[in-house]
Each structure stands twice: as C-alpha cells, then as structure tokens.
Design a protein around this ligand. Structure first.
Ligand code: PGA
Length: 240
C-alpha cells in the first residue's frame, strides 16, 4: 500500500495525476468513480488537465460505485446529477461511456445483476476511486457487509442517512436505500485510489489501515488489495 499524507490540495493533485497516468498508459481505461465531498477537488484537477490538453477521456469508460434508490436522475441529490455537475459535463467523455446503477429500475435485483455484468463485459475496472464513510463504509457497503458481496440493494444505516442529510432539505428526504457495488466488486479493481479528508475521518482511517481486517470496518479489506494508493490530508492523517 502506498500512503501519502499531506495538504488537501496536494492529495487532490497527486490523486488526479494517478488517474491521468492510468489513462496515458491505457487510453481506454475503465475507471470506477465515487461521489461525496472528498473527490471534488480531484475532479477539478482532472477538468483542468483535460482543458489543458494533458489528458483525454474520449476513450475512457466509467462506472460509479453507487446511487440512491427512488430519486429521479434530475434530482440535485442524485449521484447521476452530482457526477454531471462535478465532472462529466466539463470533460470530453462521451455520454454513453458513463454508467451508474439505476436506482429507479423496475427490478432492482435485476439492475444489480446487469450492472455487475456490464462491468465484467467492459473488461473490469482498471482503477477505482474511493472515499470512506465515518463508519468505514466504501461505496454504500456498511459495516458487516460480507466481503464477498457484489452489486446489491442496501438499506442505509442511520449514521449514513444522518451524514448525507446535509445535502438534502431535511433528513426525511434522504432515501433509505441505495444500490452499491459490493466489496468483492471493488476488490476486483486492478488498482484502488482511496482519498480521505478532514479531522472527522482521523479515527476511521486509522482503524481501516492499522486495525484488524474485519467486516465491521469495510475499508479494512483494502489492506489485502495488492495495488492501493491512499491519499490522506493532514487533518485526517494525525493518527497514522
Ligand atoms: P464524503 O463521503 O466524501 O462526503 O465524506 C465519503 C463516503 O461516505 O464514502
């Protein structure tokens, strides 16, 4: 595992460079993407480098980790909307090259199966971007999700609903379910880029990287992945 601890902007810049280098090496890379506040600065770097002609996403395919169940794509809190606003609309990626699980599919179980299949058909994820939740979740894989899980329907925990309510007008509006790649799906990525920011993540990143590998801390499984880069800002890195 490669660990970098430094200024938040350095984390954004270095993480973006890893993605750019991946795409330079393999222009048709399959990239797994994440939402949340953590990757926004990195996405801004990617947009800047795309505009500067340093990288093209024209042949790239992307798969997002997760999506809420039951809110329209056009809803400002949907992850589809987040990705359009924070990355896709500003880079040269073709519209049909981006995939997120469809949280409005009539048959959610079938949607999960077909999402997993679509990832496999693309050749598998070359590089997966991750953040970490306060409870150690990756994607929406909450504590005690089996390590062998693939894309599935998730009942969100109270702590995640609470954390995500900051994006909604009220906590009642936060969906109670989501679709998420499973832990096995994530571990199948050939490379993983974990970004962690803020003093409120100091405890959980310490547990994830230095504690036992346990389903109680889903991100702890990353200790077993052969190719992980972790970018931790100074505030989150105080215990490491
Ligand atoms: P955040 O979310 O980037 O908004 O902190 C991370 C996560 O819950 O995975």
């Amino acid at each position: 595992m490669k660990l970098f601890i430094g200024a938040s902007e350095e984390c954004d810049r270095k993480a973006a460079l890893e993605i750019v280098n991946q795409i330079k090496e393999k222009p048709d890379s399959v990239i797994g993407l994440a939402t949340g506040s953590t990757p926004v600065g990195m996405y801004q770097n990617l947009i800047r480098m795309n505009h500067a002609g340093e990288v093209s996403f024209f042949r790239v395919k992307t798969f997002n980790l997760d999506e809420y169940v039951g809110i329209p794509r056009a809803h400002p809190c949907s992850y589809y909307y987040f990705m359009q606003e924070n990355l896709f609309r500003d880079i040269d990626i073709p519209a049909d090259a981006v995939s997120l699980p469809n949280g409005n599919a009539p048959d959610l179980e079938e949607e999960c199966r077909s999402y997993e299949e679509k990832i496999a058909e693309s050749g598998g994820i070359d590089l997966q971007v991750l953040g970490i939740g306060h409870n150690g979740h990756i994607g929406f894989n909450e504590p005690n999700t089996p390590f062998d899980s693939v894309t599935h329907v998730v009942d969100l925990t109270e702590s995640t609903i609470q954390a995500n309510s900051r994006f909604f007008d009220s906590i009642d509006q936060v969906p109670r379910q989501a679709l998420s790649m499973g832990i096995k799906t994530i571990m199948h990525a050939r490379k993983i880029l974990l970004i962690v920011k803020g003093a409120d993540k100091a405890d959980i990143i310490y547990k994830a990287l230095r504690g036992p590998v346990t389903p109680e801390v889903p991100a702890s499984i990353l200790q077993l992945h052969p190719n992980v880069s972790v970018y931790v800002d100074n505030a989150a890195g105080v215990k490491l």
